[in-house]
Design a protein around this ligand. Structure first.
Ligand SMILES: *Cc1c(COP(=O)(O)O)cnc(C)c1O
Length: 484
């Protein structure tokens, strides 16, 4: 049975269920499996024609053994999680006509139209499964740059085992994203609009980390998080890399490249781990917008926090890509002491320079790029005009990176991850296409529907968020207890 440890080395090994229900590890680090399972090329070849949920079953079975849940329970959970997806294939791949060997992986056919649905469909259902079995309840708190919030709210809505507190930086998300969180009728969803967040979603991540550090409170309120600090997200996200690979290769064993629009590095951490497990990916391209923290990390070994810019690809307006620590842990010998040392130095100085050896260990097989706003808008227009295919601003950042790095890439097949549906960002699309009337591809029935519904939300200034949440959650919990 695989046990789970903390990236910063300060916890005893725990089982899978504990790692999932805790969210953060007890020492404030991130949970990681004590070793990474691997698969052979022969095994990969056997998976070639599996539908997405069946492939997911095979991959997750490497992490979850039958003492945790039976094969049938896992299969049922997966079937239920992906049933609300719009496409039967769950994740279609679309070949671009204007760029040779380039495929767009469409990760946005879940109910809230972004790639967050992929990880959260499974994780929220998994948390619910464990809680029901233990006959317990939890409060989930998440911070969002616009997409985690809607997906968490959707999958938690109406579940008797859960309350979901969804914190979003008011000034940094679109109205469409806000309505996805505020128009659900269920009483167990608490959307909180937070104003005056100088650093956007990063500020909210820090508040959650503080709530966790308050041990009495955490125990009393049974707090958890399904942000990509939760191992369940990263684990689930390894599957779409393997699925995408198997869809585009002529023959299993062929090497391909993949490009990922990255913010907190949760998605790409999973990609890197899938490669460590045995997936033949030559180069991963880390695609940043102007908020280029990961680009600095992968091009010069520098982890530096800079001021935030608001860009058209707002879901990746992130300053501190915390899942990079998790990936670094695996690349540098799984040594919690080292990771803790680096994190401490970063917290003290906001600027960490990795030594050459470490830089080489983690950056091998990666290229990176920082796309400007103008490049992002122009590639949306260009691809739409040449082949009537509408990229969302995040998929566009990926395509900009591929175009810019084409000379360093060796012409292998390329899969670009497109992480959201364009209808979540109508203003950006209108600006890119230069027309006030949006094409039908920039709309979605669920977004139109949400415009007609009433909104319910709480609001709070960032300066008072922690104490307000403590009070609100405590009262709510007591009310619920006395109702039962
Ligand atoms: C969250 C998100 C990303 C970034 O994913 P990370 O795991 O934070 O790197 C990219 N695109 C969209 C649309 C997202 O919602």
């Amino acid at each position: 049975m695989i046990q789970y440890l903390s990236t910063t080395g300060g916890t005893k090994p725990v089982d899978f269920e504990t790692a999932i229900l805790d969210g953060f590890a007890g020492d404030g680090g991130l949970y990681v499996p004590e070793h990474l399972p691997t698969f052979s090329q022969a095994q990969l070849a056997k998976w070639k024609d599996l539908p997405y949920t069946e492939l997911a079953f095979e991959v997750l079975s490497l992490f979850i053994d039958s003492t945790v849940m039976s094969a049938n329970e896992l299969k049922t959970l997966l079937a239920e999680a992906y049933a609300p997806f719009e496409k039967e294939t769950v994740i279609p791949l679309h070949p671009l006509r204007s760029r040779e060997h380039t495929y767009i992986m469409e990760l946005f056919y879940g109910p809230t139209l972004s790639f967050k649905d992929i990880g959260l469909a499974f994780l929220v259902n998994l948390v619910d499964f464990f809680l029901k079995r233990k006959n317990e309840r939890l409060s989930i708190v998440v911070a969002t740059t616009g997409d985690t919030g809607p997906a968490t709210a959707y999958f938690a809505a109406g579940k008797a085992s859960l309350d979901a507190w969804v914190l979003y930086p008011q000034e940094f998300i679109t109205e469409e994203q806000e309505r996805q969180m505020t128009t659900l009728p269920h009483t167990n969803i608490y959307p909180v609009a937070v104003s005056n967040c100088p650093d956007g979603g990063d500020d909210l991540d820090l508040v959650i980390a503080k709530l966790y550090a308050n041990k009495d409170f955490k125990e009393k309120l049974k707090l958890s998080s399904v942000n990509s600090i939760n191992w369940g997200r990263v684990m689930m996200q390894t599957v779409h890399y393997i699925y995408g690979y198997l869809q585009v290769v002529d023959k299993v064993g062929d090497v391909i490249d993949m490009t990922v629009p990255s913010g907190a590095f949760g998605n790409l951490c999973a990609g890197g781990l899938a490669r460590n497990m045995g997936l033949p990916v030559g180069t991963f391209v880390v695609a940043n917008n102007r908020n280029a923290c990961l680009h600095r990390i992968f091009s010069k070994g520098q982890f530096k926090k800079e001021a935030i810019y608001e860009t058209p690809s707002s879901a990746i307006d992130i300053l501190i890509p915390y899942n990079f620590w998790r990936f670094l842990y695996f690349q540098t010998g799984m040594d919690g002491t080292k990771i803790k040392h680096w994190i401490t130095e970063f917290k003290q100085t906001g600027n960490l320079q990795f030594d050459q050896e470490t830089f080489e260990l983690y950056s091998k097989g990666f290229l990176s790029y920082s796309a400007t706003d103008a490049q992002t808008l122009s590639v949306i227009r260009d691809v739409y005009q040449t082949e009537q295919y509408l990229l969302d601003p995040h998929g566009a950042v990926a395509v900009v990176a591929v175009d810019a790095l084409s000379e360093q890439l060796t012409g292998k097949k390329m899969v670009c991850l497109n992480t959201a549906h364009p209808s979540k960002f109508p203003e950006v699309i209108a600006a890119a296409l230069g027309t006030p009337t949006l094409p039908i591809a920039a709309t979605h029935p669920s977004i139109e529907e949400a415009k007609k519904r009433c909104q319910k939300r709480y609001s709070c200034d960032h300066a008072h968020l922690e104490e307000a949440l403590l009070a609100a959650m405590e009262n709510n919990w007591e009310l619920k207890m006395s109702n039962e």
